[in-house]
Each structure stands twice: as C-alpha cells, then as structure tokens.
Design a protein around this ligand. Structure first.
Ligand code: AMP
Ligand code: MG
Length: 311
C-alpha cells in the first residue's frame, strides 16, 4: 500500500490501478472511499473481502456526472430534479438498475443501484480518468469508524488496499444522504451530507425507511468506536470522556465537535474526534445533545448506531 499526494501522475497511476481491478482509496467530500471498478465482480469481491462487509450490503456506484449516472440507472422526473439540485454532492439516489456499468455483486444482487456524483475535486478527476463507474464504500473495516483522513485508511486497511490518494481531511465528514426512488413514494434510507429538509423542499416529504429494506443492518451497530457511548448527556459522569457540542462543561475532559455550535463543523469533526478519544484510551464517552435538524440528523444517526449494542 502506498499513500500518494494527488499529483497528475498519481491520478494516472490510480486510474490505471482501478482499470486493472485494483483497490484505490480516494478522498470524497463525505469520507474516504475504497474504490474498485463496479462492473468487475473480482474487483468488487476484493472490496467486500478488504472490509469484511456482508455480501448482502450493496455498494454505491460513483460516476463523474449525471450523464454517466443515466447510463447505469433509470431516471424519473424526481431523480432528474434531485440530480440537478444536489449533484455533484453528498446525495446517493437508489434507482432501477439498467444492467450496464455495475455487476450484480456490486448491487448485492438487487435490480436497483445506488448512484452518486461526488463533488470532491480529486474524486471527480479520478472518475473522469477511469471511465467506468467506481464502487466505493467507506475505506474502513465494516462496522468501524469511517475514515476522514488518508492516515485513517492506512491504519485501518494497510496492505489490503493498493493505493491511497491523500486529499487531506474530508470537508463534509459524514456519508451521503441516501434516497430510494424505486417506489412511488421517495424514501430516506440514510440521513447524510445533504440535509433532508433541502431534499423535501425539492420533491416533497420523504417516507422513512421501514426496516424491511434494502439497507440491511441499517439500525445495527455500525460506526463503532472501541469506547461505549452514552448519548444526549449534558455532562460526563466520573470515568467518562466527553464529546461536546457548543462548549465543554467546566472541568470535563474531552473534545468539542464545534465550540460555536455549528452542525457542519460538528459533522466534519465527528469521526476524527471519536477516533481521538478511542486512541486516548477512553472506555466510555458521554456525548452532548445534538439538534435534530440539518446535518444534525446525520450526526445523530451515526451516534445512535455507534452506541447500539454489539454482537
Ligand atoms: P455505504 O455503506 O456508504 O457504502 O452505503 C451503502 C448503502 O447504500 C447500503 O447499505 C444501502 O443503504 C444503500 N444502497 C446502495 N445500493 C443500493 C441498492 N441497490 N438498493 C438499495 N439500497 C442501496
Ligand atoms: Mg461505511
């Protein structure tokens, strides 16, 4: 595994590696992705193996623009509207698959496909060079904290990845919002980098995911640090580290997601701060209440799953 600065020659090398069926970790605006060509079952199998990801959990296909997305998925009027409003950006659309561009393994055998046009400059440059859709789940072992820096990927996956492109810290810091448009009613499968309120303003209210779905393990333990979490805590109890928001209580030990109470900043810091508290050896972390609006919904979703009982 090599970490490369994203020079032109590094991008050329990464593109060649992907075309040959390799695994390349790439920066996106959400988190670092573990990329492989989505049309190649062997390359896709390497993603599942490197992450220890259950085979029934489908991968999101990343493409450089909406035209490329239309080649792999069927767009209706709602999809066109959302693509125009939010792409490139942290929104994934689940749409009927057209069969081209993604292999069955990437879709976990489903006849739908999750597709996204990322906004990150390096991700887009790489996707444009490769010329095929790239499946890219977060570049971490399944169920663990998502990586927001190249170093996080190197530490968590090491030799399991061929190449890491270092694009610095991810500017959004939480995964994409996922909207399922395969049914008559749009459904929110995961809150993420695009606020749900903005999506609802564009296409009307979203139905909640109903648990019978297509997003296996959605409520199971995920995004988990080593430490145990206690949520909506106004202050730490003895023995707990504190993950604050909008100011730390007097003489508490911990980190603040955003001293000024800014949800975008908190999202950007979320995984890094949890990782830092883990590394500092915290056994238990009390987490401040986070508002349920805008990016706060995505932050609360990740925290709830980080706090969920583990097997
Ligand atoms: P990630 O874990 O960030 O790679 O996102 C993968 C998630 O995207 C899955 O767990 C599903 O929630 C969603 N997804 C991707 N592809 C599909 C699909 N074909 N049908 C339904 N959901 C999908
Ligand atoms: Mg993930």
């Amino acid at each position: 595994m090599r970490i490369l600065r994203p020079t032109r020659s590094a991008l050329a090398r990464a593109a060649a590696c992907l075309r040959d069926g390799g695994l390349v970790a790439l920066p996106t605006e959400t988190v670092y992705g573990l990329g492989a060509r989505a049309d190649d079952p062997r390359a896709v199998a390497r993603i599942y193996a490197a992450k220890g990801r259950p085979r029934f959990n489908p991968l999101i296909a990343h493409v450089p623009d909406t035209a490329a997305a239309r080649r792999i998925a069927t767009f209706d009027a709602r999809a066109e509207l959302l693509a125009r409003a939010f792409w490139p950006g942290p929104l994934t659309l689940v749409l009927p698959a057209r069969g081209a561009g993604t292999c069955a393994a990437a879709r976990a055998g489903l006849d739908s496909v999750g597709v996204r046009v990322p906004a990150h400059r390096i991700a887009r440059a790489l996707l444009a060079r490769v010329g095929v859709p790239i499946a890219a789940p977060s570049a971490n072992p399944s169920g663990k904290l998502s990586p927001t820096r190249a170093l996080d990927v190197a530490r968590a996956l090491g030799p399991r990845v061929d190449l890491v492109l270092d694009g610095g810290p991810c500017p959004v810091g939480v995964e994409s919002t996922i909207v399922d448009l395969t049914g008559p009613r749009a459904r929110l499968l995961r809150p993420g980098g695009v606020p749900v309120e903005a999506i609802a303003a564009a296409i009307g209210d979203l139905a909640a995911a109903d648990g019978t779905i297509k997003a296996p393990g959605m409520l199971a333990s995920h995004y988990a640090p080593r430490a145990r979490l206690r949520l909506d805590a106004r202050r730490p109890e003895p023995g707990e580290a504190y993950l604050g928001f909008g100011g730390l209580p007097a003489d508490s030990a911990g980190l603040d997601l955003s001293p000024g109470g800014d949800l975008a900043e908190a999202a950007r810091n979320l995984f890094g701060h949890l990782r830092a508290l883990d590394r500092a050896g915290a056994a238990r972390i009390a987490v401040a209440p986070i508002p349920s609006r805008g990016l706060g919904l995505a932050i609360r979703d990740r925290l709830a799953r980080a706090a969920a009982p583990r097997d």
